[in-house]
Design a protein around this ligand. Structure first.
Ligand code: G6P
Length: 370
């Protein structure tokens, strides 16, 4: 087993550190930043459906659902198509309205999650077109799909998803960019910028891992005794706040809640005192000033602030107790970087607490029964 872990203490850490390669693999042969072109045969296969789609419905569970939530923000922004994101377990039982003008994107690492699979079977019977975004080749969801794209993250052993999540995001960006270009909902300049930033991500993730690992381990040790954590983010970073909180819960058994930063005033702020660490996903974007004022509100109530920030952001660095730094890219792409420190934070807190991070209690890698 030590050999399988490639010198790492756990599969989770190995898989976190594999991400420069796995993200590269998910883009390889698909993104051509020089020719300014995206090749995705699965998208071509259902191009007519996508061009005419009333809406896209994304169906998933767990971490894959978080990838879906980010996809909603990205696809609506870039493609101007209405997107709904559904928990598969709810979608399958609540008699949703589905027509043959709907395209469903199913997101699943394993391709075997029972709720997702049955939700898709139902939607297919009602005429929807199914596009599968799946990691495991030949899995049930991949076989049921009308078209799809594999994420190419390789086998994921750690129960809490890391590299499969970033591969899902990478391919979702490709899908959104390709559709946006085909529909002409973004101009060539923005398309080129986003393509160029996406192509840089594998190297930038490598840099984050090299430069931040030791600092994040120290931060983890400082906060490992906390009883609760709050994770806050806005816009494109809101799904990352949810994913950060889920990762911490899964690995450390610390109660953690993810929330839209501004919505905290409607509840979570009541929990803030000197014992509550609040993680802000606060990279520089168009509403940066808004999140800065949310951070000030937490500091005014003596909360401890840990922030994921863009390189050179002295404002948030000056307000926060601890920072985890990522390079600055376009705000649409930024989540693919800001999630990396949060994975490491959860990992090191779990290890500090002496827990089995690869196989957390009560969790299954793939939930194949209801
Ligand atoms: C389980 C796993 C999670 C995963 C979720 C959805 O809860 O522990 O890591 O995100 O299932 O799985 P899927 O294979 O459909 O992405």
């Amino acid at each position: 087993a030590a050999i399988e872990k490639g010198g790492y203490d756990h599969f989770m850490l190995k898989e976190i550190f594999e991400q420069p390669q796995t993200i590269f693999d998910s883009l390889r042969g698909r993104l051509d930043a020089e020719q300014k072109h995206i090749t995705l045969s699965g998208v071509d296969k259902i191009k007519d459906k996508l061009m005419e789609a009333n809406r896209i419905i994304i169906v998933a569970c767990g971490t894959s659902w978080h990838a879906g939530l980010l996809a909603e923000y990205v696809i609506e922004e870039l493609c101007r198509i209405n997107v709904e994101v559904e928990y598969a377990s709810e979608f399958r039982y609540r008699n949703p309205i589905i027509t043959d003008k709907d395209v469903i994107i199913a997101i699943s690492q394993s391709g075997e999650t029972a709720d997702t699979l049955v939700a898709l079977e139902n939607a297919k019977k009602q005429g929807a077109t199914i596009f599968g975004l799946v990691n495991v080749v030949g899995s049930s969801i991949a076989r049921l799909s009308d078209a799809g794209a594999y994420t190419h993250a390789g086998p994921e052993i750690g129960v809490a998803s890391t590299k499969a999540f970033t591969a899902q995001l990478a391919v979702l960006y490709l899908i959104a960019l390709k559709v946006a270009r085909d529909k002409q909902t973004i101009d060539q300049t923005l398309f080129n910028k986003l393509l160029a930033d996406l192509a840089k991500v594998p190297q930038l993730v490598h840099d984050i891992l090299q430069e931040q690992d030791a600092a994040i381990k120290e931060i983890a040790n400082k906060y490992a005794e906390a009883r609760d954590f709050l994770y806050l983010g806005r816009g494109f970073n809101f799904p990352i706040a949810l994913e950060g909180a889920l990762k911490l819960k899964e690995i450390s058994y610390i109660h953690a809640e993810g929330y839209p930063a501004a919505e905290m005033k409607h509840g979570p702020i009541a929990l803030v005192d000197e014992n509550l660490p609040v993680v802000f996903v606060a990279t520089k974007d168009s509403y940066h000033e808004k999140i800065v004022s949310n951070i000030q509100e937490i500091k005014a109530r003596k909360g401890q602030v840990i922030a994921v920030i863009s390189q050179g952001d002295n404002v948030v660095a000056g307000l926060a107790d601890d920072v985890m730094v990522v390079p600055q890219v376009h705000e649409v792409i930024a989540p693919l970087l800001s999630v990396i420190p949060l994975q490491l934070l959860s990992y090191y807190i779990g290890v500090n607490r002496g827990l089995d991070v690869d196989k957390p209690r009560n969790l299954a890698k793939s939930v194949t029964v209801e």
